[in-house]
Every structure is written in structure tokens, then in C-alpha cells.
Design a protein around this ligand. Structure first.
Ligand code: NDP
Length: 324
């Protein structure tokens, strides 16, 4: 047996149960992992509350972790016992130990700790595809990143800055504004005090933006469109405030022939070659310290419910790591 945190139905934080689950030997194409650090993501909250649908119950939530391989199933050639590995995606992350398909794992390079890997695999790969693939940020671009002091947000600010962009970021407090500024955000906008559309207009001298990265969803969708220049791209990649209401496509024509996408990490990492190339790019910017992984808080595995409460209450900053 091993300890894991599962839900048996959708619900509040109390739905997260710290319990004993079977610890299975790896089958063909699988490895067994002793996990050393687990990442916390807003997606875990969506699956716990039912915003996203779980494939079955009970289910171990958590989609990101780092650890050491301690057993190998038949046919696995890319990894060996003792390898340090990480992953971002799927389920089963909130556990001390687990079995999983080998083809979802990435080797952690020297110079990157397990905690860093757990804090950045999913959030960093998200920043990677958003800034490099969904819209290829160029030197001289000015971009808007919502939740700039969050896990994905702090990575995006630093990476976009490294690419030569000017970064405008929305944050919920003065403390978060300071943190975002220390991580490459040129213009943190405290949205409780300032109107971000107006700030974008001032900063860009009316030109507005080629791209907006919006992870807030319901509360910000329409005003984010107002930050775009004609033919700009709206990247709606999350729903921290709730799902965006159905969109009347006419709004895209009225606001200037806008483009709209609702991307997922999975669709940018479908093949193993894509995953490895994207991860290599992420590890490279971290190893060269263009992007520093900010672990704002850590919790014990049995306290995952408190971690999710704090994430939902906007109390966390940067990435959060859970220790098994
Ligand atoms: P964050 O650390 O960014 O936490 C969410 C932040 O959103 C909060 O700290 C808060 O910052 C802000 N926020 C604004 N409104 C609300 C609200 N009503 N309730 C809660 N928070 C709110 O989380 P993550 O880094 O884990 O994820 C960021 C976003 O990216 C999420 O929406 C997630 O779903 C999305 N995501 C999407 C992926 C994809 O491929 N599509 C992959 C990974 C993540 P503040 O106080 O500054 O307002």
C-alpha cells in the first residue's frame, strides 16, 4: 500500500481524502516511481470541483511530480532504475508512490532539483507553448499576462522578458505586484485599484497589444479582448474565476478581426518528440537562469486540501510544492 489523496466525488476541499491505496507493480511499458516532490496546479481544483470531469471515481488527483524510478516494466528501454524523472499531465500525482506509463516521463537534467522539477514541469511547459508556439513572442512585443504573480504567471513574465518583450501583468495586491516586478513584469497592474484596459492604452500609447494571455476566464474575457489591437490574438487558457460564457463570434469582428484560441498543454505535446523538445527548451532557460522557479509555499501530502484552499483563495504566489 501507499498513501495518496483521492476524491470519491466532486466537492469542496473536504472531498480530498488522504488514504491508503494499492501500490501496483509496473506492467508492460510502465515504471514504478517513488515520488519526492509533487506540483500543485489550478487544474487540480477544477477536477475536484467538477469544472473539469474526472474519468472515474475514486481518483487520485494531481498531475505533476518528480521522483526516482525504483522498478521497470517489460519493454521499457529509455529509463533505468535510479533515474530522476518528472511529468506534467494526467492523474495520480498526489501519491507517495505510483505506477505510470514510461512515455510520459522526462529525465530531470543535472542542475535541476526534484522540487524545482515538480514546481515547473506543467507550469513551465505551459509557459513554453504559450510564448513560443501559440503566439511566438518577439523582441519588441508588448504582451499582457493575467495572474502575473501565480505559478504560470511568474514563469511567463521572466521568459517573455528574456525573449525581449515588454510585459504588462495583472495582480491582486501590492505584494504580488512587487513579486511580479522582481520576475520580469515591467508593468504590474493591481486590478483592484487600476483599470487594466486603460493602463494598456497608456503604456502602448493607444496601439494596444498583439496578444493577451488570459487564465482568469469568466471575469476577464471581454475586457481582455479590449486590450487587443486589430487582428490581435486572445489566448484564453484557464478559468480561475469560472468558465467563459458562450461567445458570440460577432464580438471578434466588432473588436477588430480578432483571433481567439482555447489551447491545452496536451495538444502541444502530443508526440514524444514534441514533449522532449519542449521540455529541453524549458530546462535550458531554467539552467541558464533566464527563468528562476519561485516556490512560494510547500505543504505535506496530507495537507493538500489546505494547499487547494489557499490556491483558490489567491493566497499563494509562484509555484506550490507538495512533499510526500
Ligand atoms: P495561479 O498560481 O496562477 O493561481 C491562480 C491565480 O489567479 C490566483 O493566485 C489569482 O491571482 C488569480 N485569480 C483571479 N481571479 C481568481 C478567482 N476568481 N479565483 C482564484 N484565483 C483567481 O495558478 P496556476 O499557475 O496553477 O494556473 C494558472 C492558470 O493557468 C489557471 O487558470 C490554470 O487553469 C491555467 N493553466 C492552463 C493550462 C493550459 O494548457 N490550458 C495549463 C496549466 C495551467 P491574483 O490574486 O493576482 O488575482
Amino acid at each position: 500500500m501507499t498513501k495518496a489523496v483521492r476524491i470519491h466525488n466532486y466537492g469542496g476541499p473536504e472531498a480530498l481524502r488522504y488514504e491508503d491505496v494499492a501500490d501496483e507493480a509496473p506492467g508492460a511499458g510502465q515504471v514504478h516511481l517513488r515520488q519526492t516532490a509533487i506540483g500543485l496546479n489550478f487544474i487540480d481544483v477544477y477536477y475536484r470541483t467538477g469544472v473539469y470531469k474526472a474519468p472515474q471515481f475514486p481518483i487520485t488527483l494531481g498531475c505533476e511530480a518528480a521522483g526516482e524510478i525504483d522498478a521497470i516494466g517489460e519493454g521499457v528501454t529509455e529509463f533505468k532504475v535510479g533515474d530522476r524523472v518528472c511529468y506534467g499531465g494526467g492523474f495520480g500525482g498526489y501519491a507517495e508512490a505510483r505506477t505510470m506509463p514510461a512515455d510520459r516521463l522526462i529525465k530531470i537534467p543535472h542542475g535541476i532539483t526534484d522540487k524545482q522539477a515538480a514546481a515547473m514541469t506543467l507550469q513551465g511547459l505551459t509557459a513554453q507553448y504559450l510564448l513560443r508556439l501559440t503566439y511566438r513572442v518577439q523582441k519588441g512585443d508588448t504582451i499582457l499576462v493575467h495572474a502575473a504573480a501565480g505559478g504560470v504567471g511568474l514563469i511567463m513574465c521572466q521568459w517573455a522578458k528574456y525573449l525581449g518583450a515588454t510585459v504588462i501583468g495583472t495582480v491582486g495586491s501590492d505584494e504580488k505586484a512587487k513579486l511580479a516586478a522582481a520576475h520580469g513584469c515591467d508593468y504590474p497592474v493591481v486590478y483592484t485599484k487600476e483599470d487594466y484596459v486603460q493602463r494598456v492604452r497608456q503604456i502602448t500609447k493607444g496601439e494596444m497589444l498583439p496578444v493577451v494571455y488570459d487564465s482568469i476566464g469568466k471575469d476577464t474575457f471581454e475586457r481582455s479582448l479590449d486590450c487587443l489591437r486589430p487582428r490581435g490574438l486572445m489566448v484564453s487558457f484557464g478559468n480561475a474565476s469560472g468558465k467563459v460564457d458562450p461567445v458570440d463570434l460577432q464580438i471578434l469582428s466588432q473588436k477588430g478581426s480578432l483571433f481567439l484560441t482555447r489551447p491545452t498543454l496536451y495538444s502541444y505535446n502530443i508526440t514524444r518528440a514534441e514533449l522532449l523538445a519542449n521540455a529541453a527548451e524549458l530546462f535550458d532557460v531554467v539552467k541558464h537562469e533566464h527563468v528562476r522557479i519561485q516556490i512560494g509555499q510547500t505543504y505535506k501530502l496530507k495537507d493538500v486540501a489546505q494547499a487547494q484552499i489557499d490556491l483558490e483563495a489567491r493566497k499563494t504566489t509562484g509555484s506550490t510544492v507538495i512533499l510526500p
